[in-house]
Ligand binder design. Structure first.
Ligand SMILES: [Zn+2]
Length: 244
């Protein structure tokens, strides 16, 4: 009997690592403008609405679950989790919102996160307070913080204004919790992480890889993201999200 138990135990040890500890890799994608490029700014920071729609259809047809950071714990419960994020709060993110609404069906519930710069809300090419409220109310878009003025956080001292101030302002507009911060330019330091921890549950970088839980210190404040660019083909996109 003991021998059987030993063999069983050995088998269990052999099987366990691959079954239990195999961490799934979660793509967190970063977009800026969802619009035609008409010569303003950097072309690679645009994705045309047509391409964006094709990419979202790819996710729909391949069984992905689009999550926002308030559903972080679901990464181990849902099929093929993925995060779609947009930085800087451009007005043209309404195009992404429209595409999400268009593709929404019984089985596919697209959601995304817009990281807004709180002092820029309402400027000419940026989302307004009513845009933000409308999108947050829809349940399709989560509005999170990209600081108050988009500084290099390693070079500032007024963290209270940039981190807490922006969080408070956005929460007041949407009436929903703000728990995630995207570091401007993806730049952070140990001090930036320590300050972020005071007000947020997540800190998002632009380290270009898929997320996998490793149990390292502060890993939720070092979340990686992969750029989807103007030049990203659907083939490239598929490889990125499939982790190839
Ligand atoms: Zn930015």
């Amino acid at each position: 009997m003991k021998k059987v138990a030993m063999i069983f135990l050995c088998l269990l040890i052999l099987i366990l690592p691959s079954q239990v500890f195999a961490q799934r890799k979660v793509p967190i994608l970063i977009y800026h403008s969802i619009d035609e490029f008409e010569g303003h700014g950097s072309k690679e920071l645009y994705v045309t609405p047509k391409n964006f729609e094709k990419q979202m259809i790819y996710l729909r047809d391949h069984g992905y679950t689009l999550l926002t950071f308030d559903r972080w714990q679901d990464i181990n419960k849902v099929n093929k989790p993925i995060f779609i994020t947009f930085d800087d709060g451009y007005k043209n993110n309404l195009n992404a919102f429209d595409i999400f609404q268009k593709l929404k069906n019984e089985h596919f519930k697209p959601t995304g996160t817009i990281f807004v710069i709180s002092d820029f809300i309402g400027r000419s090419n940026r989302l307004s307070t009513s845009d933000l409220k409308m999108m947050a109310d829809s349940g399709i878009i989560s509005i999170q913080s990209h600081t108050a003025t988009h500084p290099d956080l390693t070079k500032i001292e007024n963290f209270e204004y940039e981190l807490k101030g922006s969080k408070d302002k956005i929460q007041k507009i949407t009436g929903k919790p703000v728990n995630a911060l995207a570091y401007p330019y993806g730049i952070f330091s140990n001090n930036v992480v320590a300050e972020t921890k005071k007000y947020y549950l997540f800190g998002i970088t632009t380290t270009p890889e898929l997320f996998s839980e490793k149990g390292i210190k502060d890993e939720f404040y070092l979340l990686p993201r992969i750029y989807i660019k103007y030049s990203t083909t659907l083939d490239d996109f598929a490889k990125i999200v499939e982790g190839e």
